[in-house]
Structure formats: C-alpha cells, structure tokens
Design a protein around this ligand. Structure first.
Ligand code: AR6
Length: 216
C-alpha cells in the first residue's frame, strides 16, 4: 500500500483530516495563519452520540432504525411498534422489497411517523456468539449508517438495541459493539450525522450512558 502524501506539499506520512490529506506541518500552518490559501479544515471532533430513553416511534429524528426480521413484513417488539405507528403504507412498501438478509439494511419512508425514513435491518439471532453474531450485528449498524450517509436529507438517526430482545443478543456486548461500530463508521464524516441510541428501559439507557462515558 502506498503511503498517503500531503496534498499541499507532497510529504509522505500524511493523514486524512476531514476531506483533506495533510502532513502535520501543513495542517498546523493552515490552522494558525490567515487561512487565505485553503478553506478551513473541518474540526476533528468525534461523532455526536446520544442516549434517549423512550419509544423510538415518537422521536423527532430524520430516520429511525427498525430491528426487523428477514421478511420485513412486521413482527413484535420494536418492529411491531414501528409498523403500528407508521400505518399500513409501511407494510405495503416493505412487501415490495423482497425481504432483507441478516446484517443488511433497506430504507423506506416513515409515513405516519415523525421520522421521515425508516431504515430496516435484520440483526442476528444469538446462538452463543460463535456463529458470526458480532460481525453480523456490526454489519447492521454499518449498513444502516451507510444508507443514512447516502441520503442528504438525513442528519439525525436513532437506533434501537438491535437483536437484544427476541433475538437474545447479550445486552452489554451488543451495546459495546453498537457504540464502537458507530464511532468507527462515522469518524471519517465529522459532524455529518447525529446518532441517538434509543433505549426502552432505564436499565438499558444507563448501560449506554456508562459505556459512552468510558468511550468503548
Ligand atoms: N422503542 C425503542 N426500543 C424498543 C421498542 C420501542 N418502541 N420496543 C422494543 N424495544 P426486539 P430483536 C427494544 O425484540 O431482538 C421482532 O418480532 C427492546 O427492549 O424488538 O432484534 C422482529 O420482527 C430491545 O432492547 O428486536 C424480529 O422477528 C430492542 O428494542 C425480532 O423481533 C430489540 O428488541 C427481532 O428481534
């Protein structure tokens, strides 16, 4: 693999800073001088992650994520709540999507929901952790975020704790993986999306708050 070169002076050993690839010297000069030569480099802030306690169907965000099953034709838990709140047009739309594989994601309008979009993903069923469950769950978060990043109308996204209900994924492990994967996926896009982890119970919300406080 070739070393990344600074786009300003050509020095090797440059790093990606927002949309720019710069060496340390150029980054410093561009941020400490009058800045006429270049547009400002975006601040290197981490992704904005929040914890919200409550029912995801009530959230005023651009997109909510649904923990669906492979048919995408509705079910219990958060899936049932989303379909009830969105109304029958959501089911009719989902019926045209030919289902969804575990770890993948598909997007629809939100219909009667406050959220303009629903991103449906299918988490893995927990079978003890040796059947690719962590990779599949990480893939759910990544694929949902990639759909959100592709759509300029989406700036705020809320996730439920995918797979931690009927699919029995251990909650601590799922929350840690969710935070780590969202952080990793959004680091190259500073300020682009605000992500909320929507927790249905105080216990779940405390778990996320604890993990976010120690930055997994
Ligand atoms: N808002 C936010 N979170 C919720 C809500 C809500 N309204 N309702 C439940 N949760 P689950 P899974 C939380 O079982 O494990 C469905 O039947 C819940 O406390 O909804 O991925 C699908 O059709 C838990 O933490 O999803 C699939 O067949 C989390 O959402 C299957 O369940 C996920 O629980 C998917 O199972």
């Amino acid at each position: 693999m070739t070393e990344p070169r600074c786009e300003r002076c050509g020095t090797p050993d440059a790093v990606q800073l927002g949309e720019r690839t710069l060496c340390e010297t150029c980054y410093f000069e561009m941020n400490s001088c009058c800045g006429h030569e270049f547009e400002p480099v975006p601040a290197m802030e981490g992704p904005v992650l929040k914890v919200v306690k409550g029912d995801i169907t009530t959230l005023q965000v651009d997109a909510i994520v649904n923990a669906a099953n492979k048919t995408l034709l509705g079910g219990g838990g958060v899936d049932g709540a989303i379909h009830r709140a969105a109304g029958p047009k959501l089911l009719a739309k989902c019926a045209t999507l030919a289902g969804c594989k575990t770890g993948k994601a598909k997007i629809t309008p939100g219909y009667r929901l406050p959220a303009a979009f629903v991103i449906h993903t299918v988490g893995p069923v927990w079978h003890g952790g040796q059947q690719g469950e962590p990779d599949l769950l990480a893939s759910c978060y990544r694929n949902c975020l990639n759909l959100a990043l592709e759509n300029n109308a989406i700036r705020t996204v809320a996730f439920p704790s995918i797979s931690t209900g009927v699919y029995r994924y251990p909650k601590d492990q799922a929350a840690e993986l969710a935070i780590r994967t969202v952080n990793e996926t959004l680091t190259p896009f500073p300020g682009r999306l605000e992500v909320s982890f929507c927790c249905f119970s105080d216990e779940d919300a405390d778990r996320y708050r604890r993990l976010l406080a120690c930055e997994v």
